[in-house]
Design a protein around this ligand. Sequence first.
Ligand code: ADP
Ligand code: ZN
Ligand code: ZN
Length: 674
Amino acid sequence: MGSKRYIEVAVNLPVFRTYTYLVPERLSRETTAGKRVAVPFGRRLETGYVLGEASLIDGCQIKAVEQVIDNTPLFPPSMTELFRWVADYYIHPIGETISAALPSGKLPVRDMDRPVAAGKIAAGDIPPELTTEQRAVVDDVVARLGSGFYPCLLAGVTGSGKTEIYMQIAGEVVRSGGTALVLVPEISLISQSEKRFVARFGDDVAVLHSGLTRTERWRNWMRILRGDAHVVIGTRSAVFAPLDSPGVIIVDEEHDTSYKQESGLRYNACDLAVVRAKLSGSVVMLGSATPSVQSLYNAKIKKFRKIYTLRRRINQMELPSIKVVDLRKREPRRGARALIGEELYTAMKETLEQGNQVMLFLNRRGFASLPVCASCGNTMKCSRCDITLTLHRRANAYRCHFCGFSLPATACCDNCGSSSIKQLGIGTEKVEEAVRQLFPDAVVARLDRDTTTRKGSMARILKDIEARRTDILVGTQMIAKGHDFPGITLIGVICADLSLNFPDFRAGERTFQLLAQVAGRAGRGMDPGRVVMQTYNPEHFSIVAATQQDIDSFYEREIAVRRQLRYPPFSRMVHLHISSTDFTKARERAREAGEACMALKDSEKEMFGAIEVLGPVEAPIYKLSNRYRWQILLKSSAASPLKSFVRRLLEESGARLKRGGVRLVVDVDPFFMM
Ligand code: ADP
Ligand code: ZN
Ligand code: ZN
């Protein structure tokens, strides 16, 4: 009889610790780290992930593994450390953390060995000669490869050749036998980046994003795990790609909010990219034309080792000239011209006459976002959310943009029954209609979440623009992201202010980034391009800085505000959401949660005294999908007491606060504060 063997298992249940199990002789060979096992837990069999070997703690009753589920491990053993870090930092159960990191659903049994595409894809594309600016960055970063953690920031105006830099660094890593992980924002960008990487690296590329089927995702996952693909490109969840130790991690458009997961495990993939690089001792490069305030700050305080700046566009293209139109000074006009003012109208006419293309941006979809009853003044609201409904004319329905609730467009006022509803407020659909009226001969297309629900529809819209079949494109922030269309020489911003008044400390930052990115879409071809920006706040520093593409002056103003109000990066925040379908329960439990916070603060003044407890208050959107929502914001100058505080709160009061189906959600480093 040899000595007994024990393993550490992360059970896929809402428990924060891991458990030790005995490996029976019959399963000894097949029990390895990274596989799933069935283990007795309480009175049931549960699934768990094998993290590694464990030693027996005396006096414990140890149960034995019942069954080994997988033939091969689902992640390399080196990733265990990352999972532990994530579970600890985001105060999330470790088993559920791993489960959230893996592709969803069961690993399909058959088919896994077939290559993803039929036949080999040739890596044909020849890298261009780098510009002096690009060369300097690539050389400097390549020199750091393989010698430990090196976090850096690449700030380069749109079109300055950042993607080419990513590809050359990745190429260098692959040539020396390593792997590269590249993260890009949500779906609208993935197709373009994917195309460029595949053209360069052929079938050495694996792709991970939400547009894949479950089987495709698992198949790519296993290819990465087996070492068949050395370059991984993907959206948020790809930060968990099963690479053993990536030589370089790149985050493109690092400021993009789609890196933040807003349900389940609420992680930030951009932050995790840095953490992962630190754990594996590799280079991590965050790139953007408009880096986040947090990242610029990290570069200033040398948490990031270097900030590389690209000031010139490839081919010496000029940045577009930007004309600001003050909407307050405009004469009131009706109909189509109420949306498109004199300057923008003239510029559109000129652009079309020259045979070029126009892009119009408005950060809200639908036709009318504020339907108001003409007889009693009541606004049409979602019956499940505290949100006004948006009329969608093409769909002939009112829709709630949060929960999907829908009413026919013929619906009457739910207060007085009147059928006379005024359609106030604007959306991309209304802009599209106005454009069709003003330019009846132009080919108009719209790109937003409503026109891209069907698979392939986005690709078709983009293709029509590329081939210049479309004259005018109307769209939401979907058009703001990295598309590269040389024919577009005019960008119109219908109303620059929509994101400015959100109850969120990042509203100014978002507005700046969005407008600067939109403006950067102009003049990607030989023409320098121009931008007409309509706004009610022409003096607001976010808008002024965006029109001048001046990130430094934006940063200086914004960081001063953050410092004064003690917002991140000068503090850490944890958001507690308390919600219930029962109005009274939500309110009562929020009150109890607030009291529990204060009691905990008082009980350990030394450790927790400096933590600010703001709330409980009703959430700005107090009802969402039939749930009444309350929130408590915890603020602290240091991360670690804050984390201990939340952990203690959950341990001591979690079960009590959640009784009767009340939901208590912890959001560390929150983004969406509504
Ligand atoms: P960014 O990612 O900063 O927006 P890109 O890498 O997409 O910039 O580059 C903009 C355009 O310039 C692309 O069409 C790209 O193929 C091209 N490009 C990039 N680097 C070079 C280079 N060194 N020589 C020629 N063309 C380049
Ligand atoms: Zn009414
Ligand atoms: Zn709703």
